[in-house]
Design a binder for this molecule. Structure first.
Ligand code: ADP
Length: 560
């Protein structure tokens, strides 16, 4: 026959806890870790930030285009007709004087192959500027007549799409030996009839482009009102550089050099320029790592809390289960304890009733047994009643000034015979200097009886009980000493807990409810004192109740 495997209460609770709390908690933790790992593996954060930055750079080009359009659109309306060259030249001079951001203006007509040009009149006296403007005009004069057909077509197409009919070009050239960015805008003046191919070109002043135009564009992009930039406490930095030279040409104030995260060439306008973007002082990879670190730390902290919570719940459940087991043991013990004396009393009473005993001693003995058993019953019931009153918080003490020596003596008197009958050597030491103490007589007597009873129950061969009453500093001590089975050190604190009985197999053969010592402790504490034990297994035990002389230290101690 093999033993059928059974789930104990403990394993069942464990399994239940695992299923109900631990498993979902573990699954959640596992999922979070897996999620973070996949974010880490796919570099998802980096990718998301890169896409955002690409979008911002696209914005830089859009803004540059819009800004150029707002400068060019008014010019389209005021540009003169080329048919009267003298008047046109004068008008161009006027327009340029009103717009210092332009270096020169050109008008070209395909049919007449006529080209008129004008430099910025405000700067006619600056030799370097004039030489630059001349050079640029020469270059445009060579290039535009060759391309005029296709340029014109493109501009007209854009107009049809309701866009400003404007083409933007740029290239790098040398000015005073320094590299300068020359940008041109090509457009069709408004007064040109649709069957006429006439183009206007204006050249932006390179200094204006570098010092005002592009810095504004960058600033506007970074302070987008409806975008995320404005509220971003760490906005990105933007720089613009030449296609062939990564050195920054124009940059936002927070640009700190170094490798940009994302770059984008100006595709539809301002050729030869590249916009770059990065986060100052950090990289996207760093930000990703920081984000992951932060999340891992939070996850670890939460997991710790969760494990703590599970352990706490487990401990509480275990404690409750232990208590439940103690209670059921208690019920079994008490029923047993009640049944035995009752059976004895009945048996002896029936025998007496029959009147068949022949000696007077036998009668005496039977009466004594009945008395002793009823005393045991009374003590047990008193303990249970006290216990239930304490549990319900209804236990009240009647404190009265008491001569403890007299109380101890009379309590023991009725017990002495029983003690000696069981073959115990009994010693009573009551000091003469014990002062009166304010106590509840009945409670103290019950404590003493509980201790003496235990000494009787838990002694084997060395049958000795000693009771002492003496004055110690600030208190009166009541001591009960035996040479019995003793108590293991790790159980010496637990024996004062309700229902607790020692694990020693010897104890299990002795009847008991596990209530006595918890009552003794409650009583001692309610008197402002305490009870302690000194004991060694196989050597014996000494229980000491200390009762303070000063009644003001008394408290209504709670049941442990
Ligand atoms: P009970 O005696 O009814 O079991 P108690 O609360 O009086 O309950 O005692 C609790 C436990 O402490 C006992 O079960 C026993 O194991 C241990 N104990 C108490 N008094 C003694 C003693 N004098 N010697 C050895 N063990 C003792």
């Amino acid at each position: 026959m093999f033993k059928k495997w059974r789930l104990t209460d403990r394993t069942r609770t464990l399994l239940l806890m695992e299923l109900a709390i631990t498993l979902p908690a573990l699954a959640l933790m596992g999922f979070s870790i897996w999620n973070l790992k996949s974010i880490q593996r796919d570099k998802a954060i980096e990718a998301a930030i890169s896409v955002d930055l690409q979008y911002v750079l696209k914005g830089v080009e859009h803004k540059a285009w819009d800004k150029a359009a707002t400068l060019i659109t008014p010019l389209q309306k005021v540009f003169p007709s080329i048919d009267d060259p003298e008047k046109a030249k004068a008008k161009l001079g006027e327009i340029l004087a009103a717009h210092p951001e332009f270096a020169f203006a050109i008008l070209y007509d395909k049919k007449t192959n006529r080209l008129i040009s004008r430099e910025q009149p405000l700067r006619e006296k600056e030799w370097a500027f004039c030489s630059y403007a001349d050079q640029s005009i020469d270059m445009v004069a060579k290039w535009v007549p060759m391309e005029v057909g296709s340029l014109y077509e493109r501009a007209r197409m854009m107009e049809k799409k309701d866009e400003p009919g404007m083409l933007l070009y740029g290239e790098w050239s040398k000015k005073d030996g320094i590299r300068a960015y020359t940008a041109h805008a090509l457009f069709i003046p408004s007064n040109v009839p649709s069957d006429r191919v006439t183009l206007a070109v204006v050249g932006f002043d390179p200094d204006y482009m570098r010092n005002q135009f592009f810095p504004h564009v960058i600033k506007n992009t970074l302070s987008m009102k409806n975008g995320t930039m404005k509220s971003d406490p760490h906005p990105p930095a933007i720089s613009i550089h030449a296609t062939h030279d990564p050195t920054s040409w124009v940059a936002s104030e927070n640009w700190d050099g170094g490798k940009p995260e994302v770059e984008r060439s100006f595709s539809d306008s301002f050729s030869g320029l590249v916009a770059s973007i990065k986060y100052p002082g950090t990289t996207i990879a760093d930000m990703g790592t920081k984000f992951l670190h932060y999340n891992y730390t939070v996850l670890a902290a939460l997991s710790l809390f969760m494990i703590g919570g599970i352990l706490l719940t487990y401990r509480n459940i275990s404690r409750e289960m232990k208590l439940a087991k103690l209670k059921s043991d208690f019920v079994a013990n008490v029923s047993h304890e009640l049944r035995t004396p009752l059976a004895l009393i009945r048996l002896y009473a029936e025998t007496l009733e029959l009147g068949r005993l022949n000696s007077k001693e036998k009668y005496q003995e039977y009466f004594r047994i009945i008395r002793e058993e009823s005393e045991r019953l009374t003590a047990l019931i008193n303990n249970i009643l006290d216990f239930s009153r304490i549990e319900a918080g209804r236990k009240e003490y009647e404190f009265k000034e008491t001569n403890l020596a007299e109380l101890v003596r009379t309590t023991l008197e009725s017990y002495r015979f029983q003690i000696e009958q069981h073959g115990f050597a009994f010693e009573e030491n009551i000091s003469a200097d014990v002062p009166p103490v304010t106590v509840d007589r009945e409670a103290i007597a019950r404590s003493l009886l509980n201790l003496v009873n235990n000494a009787l129950k838990y002694s084997k061969d060395k049958k000795y009980i000693g009771v002492s009453l003496y004055r110690a500093n600030g208190s009166v001590n009541l001591e009960v000493c035996d040479h019995g089975i003793g108590i293991a050190p790790d159980e010496q604190e637990k024996i004062f807990e309700k229902f607790y009985r020692c694990g020693d197999p010897l104890v299990h053969n002795i009847k008991g409810s596990g209530l006595g010592l918890s009552l003794v402790r409650h009583i001692a504490r309610a008197h402002g004192g305490d009870v302690k034990v000194e004991s060694a297994p196989e050597k014996g035990s000494k229980f000491i109740i200390a009762l303070p002389l000063d009644p003001s230290v008394r408290t209504g101690a709670a049941m442990a």
